[in-house]
Structures are given as structure tokens and as C-alpha cells.
Design a protein around this ligand. Structure first.
Ligand code: BGC
Length: 787
């Protein structure tokens, strides 16, 4: 029996797979950018441009935290534009900024060093915690001054950047959600000096753009976080190689306070224990359109270099199933382009209040040359948009006339037809979420292989199986840098471990390792450059392989554009393609479960992790998650973990906060996205979240994990906890509730579970069921096929 196996390329040079996936990442980012404003200055012919702003040279390719990716190389905006033939008479400004950046980093490192100097080297975890509490600040911006202006060009591009990530929400403050004074002053100066001024927003999520009301800025592009090819993709769009076709999946308000529950969200009202979802179903555009609040840029909005006409040729109704045939014509004369057709549904006015309209279906055309047309068949079922009637605890479709609206965005959507229901339909009767009584009648039928393996295990071993592998250095499957593993201790019992790696911007693993004869991975050429400082450097010897010793493995993964950008393509076929590419990378490097897609709803623009999620709308979120899931899982032997189920819509105090949400909003908005992903994507696993819903920790909730997910939706896969989530509540109750795998695991969790099994708190049937699901997950993995 092999003790361990190693996946990954044996030599470090760039592979054909890397080149192919880079090309795909470049195309996806270019199609995910949204052109917000263009007063005729774009596209540009490659020329001299005055380039400024922190993101020009220090382009942020993705957010921080678990979703980071250690790619081989990221193309910055400066580099991408240079590759396309642009040149910059303003390198001095960028050099100055770079010096400030380096000085800021040095100051931060010095401060970190000071805060941990009293720790001993073996206090590693404590040191990590202390360091985590003081993340590297993204350097504040350097002003553009008169001396930085040039007369060599009449065109300036300013790249504004923001970083955000796990654990912290954004703030409505200058330099964060608002532009800083330096940014405002710099843009004013540029506007006065240059004939053409283009603003590039290199940030994960919505920003306040009041600057546009005060200062002439000719074009604005939401670049988001474009992944490792972002700079090249931007050049493609700015030069017209790619006609912009991304559309917003969120509403961009004039003022932060225009958003629902703006003043009570997260830290805003000082209450981080209870988060009241007082807006109910009126999230995002549902709020803006119902209250008739004019947003700066509505949901679905995005400009192109060409124009299209869309005509609904026919609407067919078979009971509640609707098909709209739409002809789309590129009416421009110069640029080929793609159009996104959006159809919204307006419900009849009945007994239950409802939103002005809701996205019902959408479709993206292929590339259409000027004058070219195509037809799209857009289908949906009215039942998918049924109203949740809390009094009857049922999804209902009220009788009456349903209006279909079509348009370039939610605000411009206009009547394209009506369909009618002669009588009310009860689509589905469901139960109340929140009683949280354990279910007695839940069953799971394992595969014959899993059932046989389970037979061989003692209770103690089953407990090991339902807790993750913790921090384990040697394992059958071992991918350094991956977030987790299943237990590594049952190899002799015929149960290998599998590896789980983050998501969602790619695969977050260590790119180069040398596995030693005992199976432990080390860094081949010393620590990665960004770790070569201070106390970390002191450990370098311990974790570095002897020159030439060990089995080398190289895992250069693709850093994809952020999830929001992926969704802004409105192209499920493209997301499927990205999913296939990620699946192939998993097979290449020995990862079995991708801890993604992230699919929480953008309830408020301040959520620090919005960039990891798709949209404020559940349909777009669910469809995108299903598409990428189907892509990954079509590769065979690898699967995903859709996360974080559910209502993890803020980062501040994410491990304790209770999302207090009505049954209706839960059903129509927050669960709906997951429902679509579960039923259309059949993900291998679901990750439960840290937070509570209506007072109950989700990882301890039988209602959500078993009743809704398994009984109502027919989900047959595994549920894992988010990392250490069960430490806030009960490990045993998690298993009883249907949370099969407790991550990241470790001895303490096992001890607690063993005790709870003894004293009857941990249900033995639940333990068997969860252990069987873990076994089935392991045996499905391609990394265990030769075992
Ligand atoms: C995050 C998850 C992630 C996990 C493993 C958690 O802190 O919330 O999204 O998958 O860590 O890294």
C-alpha cells in the first residue's frame, strides 16, 4: 500500500494548460467588466496616456483572505496597457507611489514584528492570530500634483483601488466606500488638465461615485478584481478588441443611505449581535424599483460600443411554463458585440404585497457583427417566482395577469407581453423554519463500498471520519497550502484522506513544494518572497527542503476574476467553461473538493466579502453557482462546496451574529439562490455558515440542514461546517442536525464528540449517517481511485 501520493507538474516551466486557462481568464474578465460611463472617449487607439492611481502598478487582482490565489504572475494594468502598445509619460508618478508603497510595507512589518517579539517560535498559532489582527493596509494614495501633469498627451487614466476581504466589513468612510480627499483632488486636477479622463474602478464592490456630479470624468469602467490577466483584459476593452458587454449584478445607488436597512447594517448601528433583515424581500433592485428610488446605475446596467434592438417575437405559455422568443439585432455599424437580454416579471396585485418586478430569466447572445441578428429562446416557470405566503407557509401564485418586462436593465425594462393564471396555484406547501426539532425519519443510503467500509470502523474511528484532518503534516493526499483535509488517520482501515482547497477565485494552494521521503512537503527554494522577512524568515530552515531533495511538484493555478465579475458576464456557458478549467486544475494537483462557489446575497454593499459572491439577486446567484458547479463536476472525480449556507451576509462578527429574517425573505431571497444551485448543480458538498439564523447557529440547525436542504430539496450530498464554526455551538448537535463533517477538525473536537456519544448527546444513527456520507465523498474522489 502506498503511504502517500504527490500530484502536480514535475518541472516549473509554464504549461500549455496554464496558457490555455490564462487565455480564458483574459476573455472572462474582459466580458465581466462593466462600462458605466462613456462620453465618446472610448475605445482608444493605443497611444501615449498619462497613467495614475495606486491600481495602475499595484493592480488588485482579487480580494484578501481564504479566497486568495498564488498565481505565477499577475498582469497589472500598467503592464497590460503596455503590452497593447500604450506608453506612459507619467512613470515618475508611479515610481513615487511605488516608493511610498514599499515604505508603508516596511513600516507595517516593523509594527508586526514588534507586536510578536515576546512570543517564542513555538507560539506559532498565537503569532498568526496577532498578525491576522493587523492586516497589511493597502497603502493610502499619493496625490497627483501639478508637477506630475504632462502635455505629451490629452488622455489620462486614473486607477482607483480598494481592498477588502474576510472578517471585516467596509465602512462608509473616505478612502473606503467614499473617495478620499486625495483621490478627489487628484481627479479634479486631472480633469482640468486633460481633455479626456478615464476612471478605472479596481475594487471588489459598489462605491459611492458622487465625484461624477462634481468633476468632469469622461469614462468610468468597473474593473472590479480582474484576476491574473486583468491588465490585458482591460487593454482589450479600452482598445475595442473586446466590446464591453458586462452588466451590473447589483444596484449602484447615488447615496449609501438609499440602500435598505442602510443605517442598521452590521456595525452601522453598533449592534453586531442581532442583524434585523427589516427590509424583508426588498433587497437590491427589488427595493429601489418598488420604492421608485432612482439609482445611479441600475441592476442589469452596462454600456457597449455598439447598439442592439431586442424584440419579443412570441410568448408561449404552457400552464405556468413560459417561453419568450427574442430577436436581437446589432444595430451598430462599427463594432461586433454581445447583448444580454433580461426579462423581469411583474406579479398581479393580490392579497400579498410584492416587489415591482423580479428577474425571471436572461440570456446572452453570441458575438454579433454589425447588422447581424440572432434569436434567443428564454424560458422560465412562474412557479420559480412564486410568492411565499407566511400565513399558509406555502409558495403561491395568485390568479391574475402577469406582466413581462424586457430591457437593457431593470429600470429600462418595458412591457413585452402578459400571461395570465385563471386561478390561484399553491405551488408548494412547506414547513416553518425555526422549530429546530431533530428529525427522526431522515435516511441516507450509502454506496456498497461506503457501507462495507463503515462496517470495519469502530465508533472512535467514525468520529475521526466526521472531523476533518486538522493540521496534519503527513497524509496520503497532501497539498501544501490547501485549507483542509478529511482524516488522515484511517489509511490502514482502507480509508484514504482527500484534500479540500479554497475558492472562489481559483485554487488557493502553495505553488511549489518538495515532498520528503516521509511524505512531508517542504518549500524547495526557501520561503515564498512575500514571507521572507522577520520572524517568518527565522523558520525558513525548518520548512525548506535540502537542495535537490524530494519529489518536486509545481502547482501554478489560475487566478480567475472575482465572482462578481464572473456573474457580470451574465453568461452561464462561460461560467461552465471556467468550472471545467478549475476541475481540470483540481485533477492536476490532487485537490478533490473546491471550497466554492461562494453565493451569499449582496444584501448591502458594505459586506467585506461581496466580491466573492455574485449578486443581490437570487436568480443570477443560483444560476451562476449551478453553471460553475456543473463545469467543475463534469470533469469527473472532483466536486464543489457551495457556501456559506445561509444568510452570511456580513463579515463583522460573522461567527456570532444572528441574521433575523422573515420566513418569506428567507424563502424568496436567501434560500432561493441555494435552491437553484442545489437542484440544478447537484454540488458534492454544501458548507454551512458561521452565523446564526433567527437565533440558531446554522451548523446546528436541523431545519435548514436536514429539513429544507435534504427533505424539501432532495439534496443527497454532504454538509461541512465552515472552519471552526462548530466551536461556537455544539459539535454533536452539528452531526445530529445533518452537518456531516466538522472542519477543520482536530483532537479536541474528537474528544468532545466521544464524550457526547457516551452520554447520549450525539445520536449514533446520525453519526453513522454522517460517516457514510464522508466515506462516499472520499470514494468519489479521483485521488482515491488507485487506493
Ligand atoms: C471561510 C471559508 C473558507 C474556509 C477555509 C473560512 O474562514 O469563511 O470561506 O472556505 O475558511 O479556508
Amino acid at each position: 500500500m502506498k503511504k502517500f501520493q504527490v500530484f502536480g507538474a514535475e518541472t516549473p516551466e509554464e504549461s500549455q494548460r496554464e496558457r490555455n486557462h490564462k487565455a480564458l481568464a483574459r476573455r472572462v474578465a474582459a466580458e465581466g467588466f462593466v462600462l458605466l460611463k462613456n462620453d465618446g472617449v472610448l475605445p482608444l487607439i493605443p497611444c501615449k496616456i498619462a497613467l495614475y492611481g495606486p491600481g495602475s502598478r499595484r493592480t488588485i487582482k482579487g480580494g484578501s483572505g481564504s479566497g486568495d490565489v498564488h498565481e505565477r504572475h499577475s498582469v497589472t494594468i500598467e503592464e497590460g496597457l503596455k503590452n497593447a502598445g500604450f506608453s506612459f509619460p507619467t512613470t515618475k508618478w508611479m515610481d513615487n507611489f511605488e516608493s511610498k508603497y514599499q515604505a508603508d510595507i516596511a513600516a507595517w512589518r516593523a509594527q508586526v514584528e514588534k507586536s510578536i517579539e515576546h512570543y517564542k517560535p513555538w507560539d506559532m498559532i498565537k503569532m498568526f492570530d496577532t498578525i491576522h489582527e493587523q492586516p497589511m493596509p493597502y497603502p493610502s494614495c499619493t496625490p497627483v500634483l501639478n508637477e506630475d501633469l504632462t502635455d505629451e498627451t490629452d488622455t489620462a487614466v486614473y486607477v482607483l483601488s480598494r481592498q477588502a476581504g474576510e472578517g471585516t466589513d467596509r465602512c462608509v468612510e473616505k478612502g473606503d466606500y467614499l473617495f478620499s480627499d486625495i483621490e478627489i483632488e487628484s481627479l479634479k486636477l486631472l480633469s482640468a488638465h486633460y481633455k479626456k479622463l478615464i476612471l478605472i474602478l479596481n475594487c471588489g464592490s459598489v462605491m459611492d461615485l458622487s465625484i461624477l456630479d462634481e468633476t468632469r470624468i469622461d469614462a468610468v469602467l468597473f474593473f472590479g478584481q480582474g484576476g491574473m490577466e486583468g491588465g490585458n483584459s482591460l487593454a482589450d476593452v479600452l482598445t475595442g478588441v473586446t466590446t464591453p458587454c458586462g452588466r451590473l449584478t447589483d444596484t449602484w445607488a447615488y447615496r449609501y443611505t438609499d440602500y435598505p436597512a442602510a443605517d442598521t447594517f452590521g456595525h452601522r448601528n453598533g449592534n453586531l449581535i442581532d442583524e434585523e433583515y427589516s427590509e424583508g424581500i426588498y433587497v437590491g433592485y427589488r427595493w429601489f424599483s418598488t420604492k421608485n428610488i432612482l439609482p445611479r446605475y441600475p441592476f442589469g446596467y452596462g454600456l457597449s460600443y455598439t447598439s442592439f434592438s431586442c424584440t419579443a417575437d412570441s410568448i408561449e405559455q404552457k400552464d405556468t411554463k413560459i417561453t419568450v422568443k427574442v430577436s436581437v439585432n446589432n444595430t451598430g455599424s462599427q463594432y461586433s458585440g454581445k447583448e444580454t437580454v433580461q426579462i423581469y416579471l411583474q406579479k398581479p396585485d393580490g392579497a400579498i404585497d410584492h416587489e415591482y418586478c423580479a428577474l425571471a430569466t436572461f440570456g446572452k447572445t453570441p458575438l454579433l457583427a454589425p447588422g447581424e441578428s440572432c434569436t434567443l429562446d428564454l424560458t422560465f416557470d412562474l412557479a420559480e417566482l412564486a410568492t411565499f405566503d407566511e400565513l399558509r407557509s406555502a409558495f403561491v401564485l395568485e390568479a391574475g395577469s402577469y406582466t413581462l418586462l424586457m430591457g437593457e436593465n431593470v429600470r429600462e425594462a418595458a412591457l413585452c407581453g402578459t400571461v395570465a393564471l385563471d386561478k390561484e396555484r399553491i405551488v408548494e406547501q412547506v414547513s416553518f423554519i425555526g422549530t429546530n426539532e431533530l428529525l427522526d425519519d431522515c435516511k441516507y443510503v450509502p454506496s456498497a463500498k461506503a457501507a462495507a467500509a463503515l462496517e470495519r470502523l469502530t465508533d472512535r474511528e467514525k468520529i475521526m471520519l466526521v472531523t476533518g484532518g486538522g493540521v496534519s503534516i503527513s497524509a496520503y493526499n497532501n497539498v501544501m497550502g490547501a485549507a483542509g483535509s478529511t482524516t488522515t488517520k484511517l489509511l490502514k482501515k482502507g480509508v484514504p484522506n482527500i484534500v479540500l482547497a479554497d475558492g472562489p477565485a481559483g485554487l488557493n494552494v502553495t505553488p511549489a513544494t518538495a515532498t520528503q521521503r516521509d511524505g512531508t512537503p517542504r518549500f524547495p527554494g526557501g520561503l515564498p518572497d512575500e514571507w521572507k522577512w522577520g520572524w517568518l524568515l527565522k523558520m525558513e530552515k525548518l520548512v525548506t527542503a535540502k537542495p535537490g531533495k524530494g519529489r518536486f511538484a509545481y502547482r501554478y493555478m489560475t487566478a480567475w476574476p472575482s465572482a462578481t465579475l464572473l456573474a457580470q458576464t451574465w453568461d452561464t456557458a462561460l461560467l461552465h467553461e471556467v468550472g471545467c478549467a478549475i476541475g481540470r486544475e483540481m485533477v492536476e494537483i490532487g485537490v478533490s473538493v473546491w471550497l466554492a462557489p461562494g453565493m451569499n446575497i449582496h444584501r448591502n454593499p458594505l459586506c467585506g466579502r461581496n466580491f466573492e459572491y455574485y449578486s443581490e439577486d437570487p436568480l443570477i446567484s443560483g444560476k451562476m453557482a449551478a453553471a460553475i458547479t456543473n463545469g467543475v463536476q463534469s470533469v469527473g472525480g472532483v466536486g464543489v462546496s457551495i457556501k456559506h449556507f445561509c444568510c452570511n451576509n456580513q463579515e463583522d462578527n460573522r461567527i456570532h451574529v444572528s441574521s433575523n429574517v422573515s420566513q418569506r425573505a428567507l424563502r424568496e431571497i436567501y434560500l432561493r439562490a441555494f435552491y437553484i444551485a442545489v437542484t440544478e448543480g447537484k454540488p458534492w458538498t454544501v458548507m454551512s455558515c458561521y452565523n446564526r439564523v433567527n437565533g440558531t447557529y446554522v451548523c446546528n440547525s436541523p431545519d435548514l440542514l436536514t429539513h429544507v436542504l435534504r427533505k424539501e430539496w432532495g439534496y443527497n450530498g454532504l454538509v461541512m461546517s465552515d472552519w471552526t464554526a462548530t466551536c461556537q455551538c455544539s459539535h454533536a448537535q452539528a452531526i445530529n442536525a445533518g452537518n456531516d463533517l466538522i472542519m477543520p477538525g482536530g483532537r479536541e473536537v474528537q474528544k468532545a464528540l466521544a464524550l457526547d456519544l457516551q452520554n447520549g448527546v450525539l445520536d449514533k444513527r446520525a453519526l453513522n449517517m454522517s460517516a457514510s456520507r464522508v466515506l462516499d465523498l472520499i470514494f468519489k474522489s479521483y485521488t482515491c481511485k488507485d487506493f
